[in-house]
Design a binder for this molecule. Structure first.
Ligand code: ADP
Ligand code: MG
Length: 703
């Protein structure tokens, strides 16, 4: 972390309270390598420890709660690994169970019945009943009687970290240790003073102290605002610089002719008539590539709008002009699907297409690499492994990236470096981002939109069902499957509660299996903990129709195409972001059959969850959904933001923080217009910062 001074580049194990073992874990689990990394491991929320909840008011959908009362009974329940301590806890309004799965022997010894405790923890629902697992227990003293008097930062942690004692609280403690030995001048300012003044932003060093140790809500808010501004400002500076650079040396290959390959395919092998929107976008691409300037275009189109065909036709255009083209997908499964799909379409033609992913090794790999280098391969499909140094093209003229949110500015920049003249770049995304925003975020890109669906699609019917209605839902799936259709059942898997989510997934799988017994029905299960090959096999069995039900986590989210699948069941819908729900829903409705999306929730729902679900039920339009998403997200919902995965910022959310983004953009443009090479003294902090940042692998890691 060299934009800080020496002390912040210290390896994390040297910090008081860490040591080699914990250091190793911090590196592996949360990517914290240095003191500086820890400093930037921000709390994702704060808990107001001054509030005390009533047990009778708890619905099970709160996050953290603090209650005050007594333990009236303790017992050990369950067998073997399922053994746990359950304490029944009562306040003046009701009772709730406190549960310990680990360390329960010790807890049982140390807890006492019928004395008053202040209990703080995260609420979870188990078998339909709300409980607090592993809460913090404080004996009630005068000091704690009215709750603790501060805003407590809450940090993400993982099961493995917790097992080593690195709970959210312990991470907070480490951060405090670090701040104690840090003097503010070790954190150098990177935003010019005028900008700080104009937007009343606190200095960088102060922000780092206050985000971890806020004196109150307002301080926390101001610290976050400053650091969000910084993230967005730096990103905008980079985007503007890229744009300037591109405009300065923007020569690109000329695709002067529409030739034999394109025409042959278009006239004889195109399986359907292009939509008006597809034709328009193709024209835009043609115009971009004809003038000798490099194309840098973002293609936005809702799921199922037919982006792949636009990609293929553009690739044929490249070939007709003597160039190779590549198509990159974010995962192996998607790359394989693209490869298979394109190879089939191209089968009657003289076009050589190859697939390159991490799992293609040895001789096969060598052959492909040779074919790319000598130009015998026209089109290469793969994952981002295509960006590796060993992949050398003879003459790459067009690079297409599918699902842009995993293909950032940095990767684009890397592609440009592959040739003297950079290839034309087309980035395709189905992540619905409001149009106004797209212009700002992708400031260095031109934007095309496919705003028309292929004809004949039956709109997906979306319904909301609760736990009470589960039997009917299962019956419905059964009917569809008996008709020969396939169904997805998707479970949330959130890093933060990974273990419980995983258990829920397994439980769900067992339930589904009981309802859909072999050999009448076959089920695939796909999740992130499986070895890649197993996941692949399960996926393939579903794709080929060998299995009719797919139980999965969101690993199936993007791009997968199984036209015969007509039912998408989403479990614990309230835990997904709207854009993610929309992406998931887009996995069905790809064939000729009427498709259904069933949003499952518990029986009780909060107001915002209800509204979000209503949006999904009412519209299939990704852009409307993204606008609503922006509108509905309450402030401080950093968690939800992270999962939506729109862009990789640590703190900022481009939707929610649009005003900050706009301000950052205006400032960045002004600075670069007045001082393009950052030579003025007031911009030296910024310049230094950018210089150190260059060459770092992870673009999104701002600091
Ligand atoms: P996405 O934009 O989500 O990547 P795809 O390119 O996978 O969408 O297209 C979705 C489906 O629609 C595919 O099965 C594709 O063959 C089909 N499709 C694409 N364009 C058209 C069209 N103009 N007419 C009919 N079907 C089309
Ligand atoms: Mg696609």
């Amino acid at each position: 972390m060299s934009t800080f001074t020496a002390i912040l580049s210290n390896p994390i194990e040297y910090l008081k309270g860490v040591g080699p073992q914990k250091g190793e874990l911090l590196r592996k689990e949360i990517n914290v390598h240095t003191f500086g990394d820890l400093l930037q491991y921000f709390p994702f929320r704060y808990v107001d420890r001054t509030r005390i909840d009533k047990i009778s008011d708890l619905s099970g959908y709160e996050d953290f709660v603090q209650i005050r009362g007594r333990i009236i009974r303790m017992e050990i329940v369950g067998e073997n690994r399922g053994k746990r301590l359950v304490a029944t806890f009562r306040d003046e309004s009701g009772v709730i169970d406190l549960v310990w799965f680990q360390g329960w022997q010790w807890m049982q010894k140390s807890l006492r019945e019928n004395v008053s405790y202040l209990v703080f923890g995260r609420i979870s629902v188990f078998n339909g009943v709300a409980q607090l697992a592993h809460p913090e227990m404080d004996l009630l003293t005068e000091e704690t009687a009215t709750g603790k008097q501060f805003l407590e930062p809450v940090y993400y942690t993982t099961e493995k970290l917790k097992a080593r004692g690195l709970t959210a609280k312990a991470i907070g403690k480490l951060t405090r240790n670090l701040l104690e030995q840090l003097s503010p001048n070790e954190i150098r300012e990177n935003i010019p003073l005028d900008v700080l003044k104009q937007y009343r932003l606190m200095p960088r060093s102060m922000a780092y102290f206050r985000i971890h140790l806020p004196g109150g809500e307002e301080e926390a808010h101001q610290a976050q605002r400053r650091l969000k501004f910084e993230e967005l400002f730096i990103a905008q500076i980079r985007i503007c610089r890229l744009k300037l650079k591109r405009h300065k040396q923007s020569h690109g290959y000329v695709f002067g002719t529409v030739g034999a390959s394109f025409n042959d395919f278009y006239n004889h092998h195109l399986p359907f008539e292009l939509t008006g929107a597809q034709k328009r976008v193709l024209k835009e691409i043609r115009m971009d590539t004809i003038h000798g300037r490099q194309m840098n275009r973002l293609l936005q189109g809702d799921v199922g709008s037919g982006k792949t065909m636009v990609a293929l036709l553009s690739m044929l255009l490249a070939k007709d002009n003597g160039f190779q083209a590549c198509l990159m997908a974010p995962t192996e499964i998607l790359a394989q699907q693209h490869f298979k799909g394109l190879a089939e379409l191209l089968q009657p033609m003289q076009v050589k297409i190859a697939l390159l992913t991490g799992s293609i090794k040895g001789k096969a790999r060598k052959q492909i690499l040779a074919g790319i280098a000598d130009g015998t391969i026209d089109f290469l499909v793969g994952t981002h492994a295509l960006l590796e140094k060993e992949v050398v093209f003879k003459n790459l003229g067009l690079a297409i990236a599918d699902e842009q949110h995993r293909f950032g500015v940095a990767q684009r920049a890397r592609l440009w470096e592959k040739n003297d003249i950079p290839p034309h770049i087309l980035v395709m995304t189905a992540t619905p981002i409001p149009r106004t925003l797209a212009m700002t975020i992708y400031g260095d890109l031109d934007v095309s939109v496919i705003d028309e669906m292929p004809p004949g699609r039956k709109p997906i019917t979306t319904v909301h069902r609760t736990e009470f209605q589960r039997p009917q839902v299962m019956d419905f799936i059964k009917e569809e499957v008996k008709k020969g259709r396939q169904a997805y059942i998707v479970y949330p898997l959130i890093e933060d509660s990974e273990k419980m989510d995983y258990e829920n997934l397994m439980k769900g799988y067992e339930e589904v299996k009981a309802f859909f017994p072999e050999p009448q029905f076959y089920i695939s299960m796909v999740h992130g903990r499986q070895p890649a090959e197993m996941r692949e096999t399960n996926m393939q069995r579903f794709v080929s129709g060998d299995t009719s039900i797919m139980v999965a986590t969101t690993v199936i989210e993007v791009g997968v195409n199984v036209p015969n699948a007509s039912v998408m069941v989403i479990e614990s819908t309230e835990r997904f972001g709207l854009s993610q729900l929309h992406q998931l829903r887009g996995r069905v409705g790809r064939g000729a059959e009427q498709s259904f999306c069933i949003l499952m929730t518990g029986n009780k729902l909060g107001q915002v969850s209800k509204e979000r679900i209503n949006v999904m039920v009412q519209t299939n339009n990704g852009f409307i959904i993204s606008e609503k998403d922006m509108e509905l997200r309450g402030p401080g919902d950093i968690e939800g933001t992270r999962q939506s995965g729109v862009l990789d910022f640590k703190l900022a959310d481009i939707l929610q923080d649009k005003p900050i983004l706009d301000a950052a953009r205006v400032s960045a443009e002004k600075i670069l217009t007045e001082d393009t090479d950052l030579l003025l003294p007031e911009n030296q902090g910024l310049k230094e910062y950018l210089a150190v940042q260059r060459g770092k692998s992870q673009w999104s890691k701002i600091s």
